[in-house]
Ligand binder design. Sequence first.
Ligand SMILES: [Zn+2]
Length: 326
Amino acid sequence: MTEDHRRPAQYTSLRDDRLRGWLGTTVRSYSPALGPILADHGIDRPRRATLEALRALPVVPVDDLGDGHRHVLEPGVEGFGRSAALSLQVRFLLADVVGRRDDFARRHIDPRFKPILWTQEPTMHGTRFVANTATDLDRLATLGRRAWATSGVRADDRVLLVDDGSAGTVHRQMIEGCRNAGIAVLIARIDDAAALMRTARPTVVAGPVDVVASLSSSFGPSVRSICVDVGDEPDLVLDADLPVARWWAPPAARAAWVGCPGGAGFHTWPEDELAEIVDGSLVWSAVGWHGSVWLRVDTGVLATIDDAACPSCDRTTLRVLVGDPS
Ligand SMILES: [Zn+2]
């Protein structure tokens, strides 16, 4: 059984395990924006950090995140000494005694907490910054590998990735995912893409919807297509004849979802996030991420959830179908 074919109860249990320490201690202690809200709702220790408690938190419109700076975890070294697991506290104190606190921080605190990559995500009202730590990038690489597999791309494929110029989360996830999966990728500027299709002879072309649609029409069915939807909602008007997988990251989500070829809706990452529908609208929460952390963000995207196994690819990861159901 692969990580995308677990039983629903296994996803739930993995997510619940992650929630406990992360929400009850890490976010509670280190998030300037969320710490006080969690305390107000009684989420002040791991055993109270349950899914039910998370679902009871207020829903926040995505625009209220502003430029995102307030939502970056800030573990002061002193706070870390108080809040970390006991074994780590002891080592921290020992490192302090022998004058190796900086070294300790670099090895044990920085990978999880120091933002090493900031991306900018365009919003209706400017830019939202997203902070990624080293552990976040590891996770993005894993989700990138799973996303390529969901797209039907294997290690013996050659991918031509048309750079959309965003340098955002989805682009990063694609590149890290290729590395993680051992897939060769050539990154092309839009102007060079058609020429490179002839010389590099990729088996897969990935990039913005309009670019990929035009490249696919000139190169035929021997090249599979992957469309990246940028923007708050996926482009639902797409040539149904394209043999296509779709990547799309909802507003505020930390990693893109994938619509598998021939399937309906987008496969989500049940252990790494919580996707809910509240009053018809998609509400997104981080689970286990560091750097930028936000919870129960109303994306403003009308959607429904299908938790049945995918009729197209058999994956059991929860799917989100975008659009007004009525
Ligand atoms: Zn599927």
